[in-house]
Design a protein around this ligand. Structure first.
Ligand code: SF4
Length: 223
C-alpha cells in the first residue's frame, strides 16, 4: 500500500495538527502497556492480547518466555503445555496454535528473527496488519500506524477519516500526520479512546478535543 493518499483539505490538516498537539500534551509517553524485551516477545504478546487486557497478558508472558525463551523453543513446544500457560488470556486453543505456528514460521523462513518489514510480518500466521504495525512502531521504532477498534472509532468521530476500512483509515491518518509522529499515533488514540471517547458513552462534556470534534451525537453533561 502506498503511504500517499489524496492531500487532505487545509482545514482538516490544521485541525489534525492541533489534535495531535493536544494528545501529545495529554500523553507525553505513548507506548504499549505490554511488557516485552525484544520484537519476538512483543509479537507474541500482541497476538495474545486479542480479546483480553494487556494486564492479563503481562501476567502470562513471563511464565511463557521463562519456559520457551526463543522461537526455536516454542516451535517445538507441546501445545497442551502452552495452552495451560496462556489459558487465562482466553481463546487459548487458537492463541496456542497461532503462537506455535508463528514460532515455526519464524524458524523456518526467517532464521528465528522477527522481520522488520510489514509485508514480511503479515506473511506470518496469526499476524495481521494491525499486529505487524504495533511491532514495527514499538519494537523497531519504524513509522507505522496500527488501526484497532479505538483508532477506528476516534479517527471517525474526529472527522479524520470517513472510512470503516482499517487500511484506508491508516492511509488517511498517514496523509494527515507527519511521518515522524506515526509511531505514537495509535497508542495516543487508544488511550484517548479508552479515557474519553468511549464506544458507547463518550465523555464529550470533559473532552479536551471537544471544540475540534465534529461528531454530531456528543454526550451532554450529566444532569
Ligand atoms: S467530543 Fe466526544 S466524540 Fe468527540 S472526540 Fe471528544 S469524546 Fe470523542
Amino acid at each position: 500500500m502506498s503511504d500517499l493518499a489524496a492531500v487532505p483539505p487545509q482545514d482538516v490538516r490544521l485541525r489534525a495538527a492541533e489534535i495531535l498537539r493536544r494528545l501529545e500534551t495529554l500523553y507525553p509517553e505513548a507506548h504499549t502497556a505490554l511488557h516485552y524485551r525484544d520484537p519476538w516477545q512483543l509479537l507474541v504478546a500482541t497476538v495474545l492480547s486479542a480479546q483480553t487486557t494487556d494486564e492479563n497478558v503481562n501476567k502470562v508472558t513471563p511464565v511463557l518466555f521463562a519456559r520457551w525463551p526463543t522461537p526455536e523453543d516454542l516451535a517445538h513446544a507441546d501445545p497442551e503445555e502452552v495452552e495451560k500457560v496462556v489459558y487465562s488470556t482466553g481463546y487459548y486453543r487458537q492463541k496456542t496454535k497461532s503462537i506455535i505456528g508463528l514460532a515455526r514460521a519464524l524458524v523456518e523462513r526467517f532464521d528465528g528473527e522477527v522481520p522488520a518489514d510489514l509485508d514480511e510480518l503479515v506473511t506470518l500466521p496469526g499476524v495481521g496488519r494491525k499486529t505487524a504495525s504495533v511491532v514495527l512502531a514499538e519494537a523497531f521504532h519504524q513509522p507505522a500506524i496500527a488501526v484497532d477498534t479505538h483508532v477506528k472509532r476516534v479517527a471517525n468521530r474526529l472527522g479524520l477519516t470517513a472510512s470503516s476500512d482499517p487500511v484506508k483509515i491508516e492511509r488517511d491518518l498517514k496523509a494527515l500526520f507527519p511521518r515522524e509522529t506515526w509511531a505514537g499515533i495509535s497508542m495516543r488514540f487508544i488511550r484517548f479512546g479508552r479515557e474519553y471517547c468511549d464506544a458507547r458513552k463518550p465523555r464529550c462534556y470533559v473532552c479536551p478535543l471537544a471544540d475540534l470534534c465534529p461528531y454530531p451525537d456528543k454526550t451532554p453533561p450529566p444532569e
